[in-house]
Ligand binder design. Structure first.
Ligand SMILES: [Zn+2]
Length: 193
């Protein structure tokens, strides 16, 4: 298939076709879906015939706007009695534009559809969590009730090793400690859908 070189230096938005996977390597700001290389970010396309790479250069470094309904990924930095505090890393669809210094909260009532007695039974420090924004002002409030939301990566609270999911149990491959979390169905899939 021939690449349309008119695409060079076009403005694209996430999901737009940048080139074909047959002709180019997927570079910065892109991903491969089927036979196409698509943009993960809004910006200008850059096709390099020598490197054979297709990239998208972000058009702006403006802060990512966060709104109700957005899916975000963050890391737990503190746990209170009924709250988990996260530092947000990025928003789904804007993976190449990090969110800077934005804190968000998960209240214990927004963890599971069933009653949770203690937040420490379902979340732990350093957990990487995929969550949905349900409150965007004044502080960002998150929910992880849905099946695809929750912990996507967890570390052993005893030795710090990433926990492995084995038959619905989180097991430490290092010290064999078994832990529990409110898991996302994406746990350790290596990507955020
Ligand atoms: Zn361990």
């Amino acid at each position: 298939m021939q690449v349309n070189y008119k695409m060079q230096c076009n403005f694209v938005i996430p999901g737009d076709v940048v080139g074909t996977a047959e002709e180019f390597l997927a570079g910065e700001g892109t991903y491969i879906k089927g036979e196409h290389i698509r943009a993960t970010t809004a910006g200008m396309t850059k096709l390099d015939a020598i490197e054979r790479s297709a990239k998208v250069i972000p058009s702006t470094n403006a802060p990512v706007k966060l709104e109700n309904g957005d899916v975000v990924v963050g890391q737990i930095t503190d746990l209170k009695e009924s709250l988990a505090i996260l530092r947000l890393a990025f928003k789904r669809g804007c993976e190449s534009r990090p969110i800077h210094n934005t804190e968000a909260l998960i209240h214990i009532s927004r963890v599971k559809s069933s009653y949770v007695k203690e937040i420490r039974q379902v979340l732990a420090l350093r957990d990487i969590v995929k969550a949905k924004i349900i409150d965007d002002t004044p502080t960002i409030g998150l929910s992880i009730v849905d099946d695809d939301l929750g912990v996507v990566k967890a570390y052993c609270t005893r030795c710090g090793t990433p926990l492995r999911l084995e038959e619905k149990k989180l097991v430490c491959p290092e010290c064999e400690q078994v832990e529990s979390r409110k898991l996302s169905t994406d746990y350790r899939m290596g990507m955020i859908r």
